[in-house]
Ligand binder design. Structure first.
Ligand SMILES: [Fe+2]
Ligand SMILES: [Fe+2]
Length: 207
């Protein structure tokens, strides 16, 4: 079981990174908060970016850990399915219902399982708050998708319109998925594999 040391805020006067890291023992982790990105400084540790700028950089740092079993692979697989369903609907101007259903169910399941688990394990609010805002943005954008697809089917859209829709709506999903895959999922797989495997069972596939 991982013990969380109190977070270390390097933006506070007198806070020392080296001491903060040297205090870490095996099976201990700690959140580092910084005004600047830390890369070289964290070499030799296992670290995940929780908040990645531009005004703050948070990392969860652990003494070196072996690569974990990808018990949340089903979540990554669902991300790929969502991307494929979106591209298919945009290419064909087909009904986007499968995309909308899977994306909505995916976000609901994350909010019910992975997000509370992360908060319980890492005791850090900001990552989940930001991921939650991104879900909100996606939920707000979803009702525009069906009408836009109908315009595609009617031949009323140019390549520029489609690119614009991608930028307004879908880039948010791609950015969101990357964040989950580089921080949320590996953190849970490394720090609480048993609970993560249990949460994975809640993600049912599209078909
Ligand atoms: Fe999500
Ligand atoms: Fe996700």
């Amino acid at each position: 079981m991982v013990e969380l040391l109190p977070p270390l805020d390097l933006r506070a006067p007198g806070a020392g990174l080296l001491e903060g890291l040297s205090e870490l023992q095996d099976h201990q982790a700690r959140v580092l908060k910084s005004r600047h990105p830390l890369r070289v400084e964290l070499e030799g540790f296992t670290a995940w970016p929780l908040v990645n700028g531009p005004s703050a950089y948070y990392y969860l740092v652990h003494t070196p850990l072996p690569l974990a079993e990808p018990v949340l692979e089903v979540v990554r697989e669902q991300h790929r399915q969502i991307v494929a369903l979106y591209r298919e609907a945009m290419a064909l101007g087909s009904d986007g219902a499968a995309f909308e259903q899977l994306l909505s169910r995916h976000m609901d399941t994350e909010e019910r399982t992975l997000y509370p688990l992360y908060q319980q394990i890492v005791q850090e609010e900001r990552l989940i708050r930001e991921l939650g805002y991104e879900h909100l943005g996606l939920r707000r954008g979803l009702p525009e998708f069906g009408p836009f697809l109908r315009k595609i089917a009617a031949g009323e859209t140019s390549k520029r319109d489609k690119d614009g829709f991608d930028i307004r709506f879908f880039h948010l999903f791609e950015h969101h998925m990357e964040r989950e895959e580089e921080s949320l999922l590996p953190v849970l797989e490394h720090l609480c594999p048993g609970e993560a495997a249990q949460a994975a069972r809640q993600f049912t596939s599209a078909s």
